[in-house]
Design a protein around this ligand. Sequence first.
Ligand code: ADP
Ligand code: MG
Length: 243
Amino acid sequence: MPTLQLQNATKVYRLGWRRKLEAVSDINLTIQQGEFVFVVGSSGSGKSTLLGLLGGRITTQRGSAHFDNVNMKYCTPIARSKIRQSIGMVCQQDALLRRLIIRDSLAAATKIGLGRFSSEERIDEKVVKALGVVGLSGAENKYPVELSASERRRAELARAMINSPSILILDELTTNLDEDTGWDLMQVLMEINRRGTTVVMSTQSSSFVNILRRRVITLSDGRIVGDVKRGRYGELKGNFPQL
Ligand code: ADP
Ligand code: MG
């Protein structure tokens, strides 16, 4: 079962000529299959960058990111396809294509990597199932603009889940949703996690974190300053030299 691991992972963004910004620095982190992990920290602390590194969407400048002991920076195209299928990801920004109906956005995701030989019937089955799980049955033929912001986030979650990935990485999935919808989505995620899928999600919601009491990783200025099992929001504990 795949483990995600960052070793001394550092990401530097170039801000034009000669200016650089180290968004995350020297991160060491292991996430085992089946864990549920919250990533918290103030805006700009590096949460999105950390999730991008874990999901193989952003590459490290120094250090490394591993999926199941495979270095994601140097793997073969076949391994990369497998990894992309195994990690479902929802980015912080809305990423549904405006020109596509929801069915086609989700269908396109089934063609990533190794799933490209599925029949259209099989794809439709998967789409219907994924939309059902997130409470969006019947939205297949709608365009993103016809959905509410919360429905679009749910459609993105359905897209991330469509290949039954072993890992879900969700960047502020529930931010800007009303509390009831947020809790509905959390219930869906807890159930998926109960069946063995790893869930790593950044959030600004202290109530989800404090009620659900899962592993909580806290970032400050691109460094991990807390990593607590069954933690609370803002709880800083663990063996971190900078504390
Ligand atoms: P968070 O998700 O916690 O708000 P981010 O990972 O988005 O943090 O950002 C960490 C730091 O990196 C911030 O200072 C942000 O401005 C900067 N940053 C993020 N993405 C980029 C980018 N594509 N180019 C330049 N700087 C970036
Ligand atoms: Mg972010």
